[in-house]
Design a binder for this molecule. Structure first.
Ligand SMILES: [Zn+2]
Length: 608
């Protein structure tokens, strides 16, 4: 192989002698910008072809090669893969390299750059295609056509060169991957580098190629020469709409926006924030025109959803002695807990009713039992630190995800990759729905989330704010009915009278009835389970009081303190005692006949 210090012409000729067909490519200046006469955009600097038909012009003809490099002595050297009988494994990240190494990378000729590309000899029947973003990592590029930059300068200033002399045969796993791609998908015709991924309308094409843009002065689309300042966000948004109308899928839109944003130079410095913007735009434009046909087209024909025979399921369930449903404890209670392992729960509550405090307490309880929790929060880590400082329990298996602005696609992707047992979404607002009253939108936001959790038996808990007024039949959850329809267990968290730190959790389950549960949160941050709320009905209080009243007089608060959990409020106890006195089963001091005596401490005993 040529060596690093060889001139581009010498390298090109040596490769041609080996039968590799070469082409001249753009070369970068010291700032990484295009230094060739073609004036390429930054993204293509150092790699765009200098001939008209790219790899189709590649040759082994010495005279042609000498002519090219006489004209452009500094041109980078490219090798056409298909016509040279080569396949390259391009790993441009550590993840890609690790995965490819794991699959097996026989020593061979390597193209050295920031990341290496492994070059192998194609077999006679190797399909001349490319698999971009292949593998579990979604990062490996398998290239059996197009061209590879093999020598010269990268736009980062780094040297690009070949290393190694003996070229090896294509590893079997690469061959398999390329073959299976051909078998399972319809060939998509090659498109030139710059073309949109879908067929755009005329105006869409004009935005795509940067011929028109949105003017930030008045928000109008006009010819680029007449635009005073480009409104980058709005221009990308308009492009997103055109892509969506042309049936581009969500991921196609995100990729296309990122590519165009850079190619058109709206913002050369793409960072994480900008990537999120592409997702936001794709999400927004996708909501109005979600496209089913593109879903069918984008998946190989053998895709079938998991399906089960119901009779078989029943037999399995009957032969399994363990209960069909496993509960996650609720403040130490297993039996009356409304939280089911593997189910989707919605907890709606008034703002500031303490749902995050309750969830925080519950996830800590669950993680002490060995469940791993992933908690998607809209609050900053500063608030979390303040909250955790107050909580007197362990949180080592709880991961807090700062998910504000991430959007539901990123959240679902994150869940799919996580190995957590419990997923908390606090709150529903993180799913970024435009209209919470639109059942169609709710369904689209909720269903992928529920499905992502169900696939790996993750327990899902979504917190949601409550509409004023509340209600028993799920009416309390703000927004459309689909919020409750889309989950297995719908819960509502309410304040209940006195004392002010008492809360009631109630709701409906798909299979189990959810009892009304009462709990209190003390000032020191600890929670105590009080019991079922029917234990606080007047009749239940009267029954308990009957067991405590004696022949001696006791004050109202002495009697109240003698009651066990759930302890009724002082008001409730007074009210029940007064009713008992009216029925003459209880005596009051001073006597009831004397009427109300404000300021006097009432005492009570069993009627004699
Ligand atoms: Zn150039």
């Amino acid at each position: 192989m040529p060596i690093k210090s060889d001139t581009p012409l010498s390298v090109a000729l040596q490769l041609a002698d080996r039968g590799w067909s070469v082409i001249p490519l753009c070369w970068p200046d010291p700032d990484g910008l295009c230094a060739c006469p073609r004036g390429h955009i930054q993204k293509n600097s150092g790699k765009a072809p200098l001939t008209t038909h790219a790899d189709k012009d590649a040759t082994t003809d010495r005279a042609v090669i000498e002519g090219w490099w006489a004209e452009w002595p500094s041109a980078n050297v490219g090798v056409a893969l298909a016509s040279s009988g080569l396949v390259a494994i391009d790993c441009d990240s550590l993840e890609a390299l690790q995965e490819a190494s794991g699959l097996g990378l026989v020593p061979t000729v390597c193209r050295m750059s920031h990341w290496p590309a492994y070059i192998y000899l194609a077999n006679d029947d190797t399909p001349q295609i490319r698999l971009i973003h292949w593998g579990k990592s979604n990062k490996i590029d398998l290239l059996a056509n197009g061209y590879l930059v093999v020598h010269g300068k990268h736009q980062s200033g780094r040297e690009i060169y070949l290393e190694g002399d003996d070229i090896a045969l294509l590893p079997q796993w690469v061959s398999n991957a390329l073959h299976s791609k051909v078998e399972t998908t319809v060939e998509i015709p090659e498109v030139p580098n710059d073309a949109p991924p879908v067929i755009l309308s005329a105006i869409g094409g004009d935005i795509w190629y940067g011929r028109v843009a949105v003017d930030s002065e008045d928000g109008r689309v006009r010819a680029i020469e007449q635009v005073s300042t480009i409104d980058r966000s709005e221009t990308l948004f308009q492009l997103g709409i055109k892509l969506s109308k042309a049936n581009a899928s969500y991921h196609t839109i995100v990729d296309a926006l990122a590519e165009r944003d850079e190619a058109l130079g709206y913002d050369k410095y793409t960072d994480r924030k900008d990537e999120l913007e592409y997702h936001r735009i794709a999400e927004k434009v996708g909501q109005s025109s979600y496209n089913l046909t593109s879903d069918i087209r984008d998946h190989p024909p053998e895709v079938r959803l998991p399906s089960f025979n119901a009779g078989e399921l029943k037999r399995q369930a009957l032969s399994d002695p363990s209960p069909a449903l496993t509960m996650l404890p609720f403040l130490g209670q297993h039996e009356s807990s409304p939280f089911i392992v593997g189910a989707a729960h919605l907890v709606s509550a008034y703002p500031k009713a303490g749902k995050t405090e309750l969830l925080c307490r519950l996830v800590s309880e669950w993680c002490t039992l060995g469940y791993k929790v992933r908690y998607f929060s809209e609050e900053s880590m500063r608030f979390w630190q303040a909250r955790l400082k107050l909580a007197n329990s362990e949180f080592d298996d709880v991961t807090i995800v700062d998910a504000l602005g991430a959007g539901r696609h990123l959240i679902v992707a994150d869940i799919g990759r996580s190995d957590s047992d419990v997923i908390v979404i606090d709150t529903m607002k993180l799913l970024m729905m435009e209209n919470e009253n639109d059942n169609g939108q709710i369904n689209m936001a909720l269903t992928p989330l529920v499905a992502a959790c169900r696939a790996s038996n993750k327990t899902l808990v979504i917190a949601h704010h409550t509409r004023k007024g509340g209600g028993l039949g799920g009416e309390a959850a703000a927004g459309g009915y689909q919020f409750f329809g889309g989950v297995d267990v719908g819960l509502e968290l309410e304040r209940v009278g006195q004392p002010t730190n008492r809360r009631k959790l109630h709701g409906q389950g798909r299979i189990l009835d959810v009892p009304e549960l009462l709990y209190e949160r003390s000032n020191d941050g600890s929670f105590s389970f009080l019991g079922h709320s029917d234990q606080l009905a007047p009749q239940a209080i009267a029954t308990h009081l009957a067991q405590i009243l004696t022949d001696d007089f006791q004050t109202t608060s002495e009697l109240r303190l003698a009651l066990t959990s759930p302890r009724p409020s002082a008001d409730q106890v007074s009210k029940v005692l007064r009713e008992l006195a009216e029925e003459k089963s209880v005596e009051r001091l001073p006597p009831l006949l004397e009427g109300n005596k404000p300021g006097v401490t009432y005492k009570w005993r069993r009627a004699t």
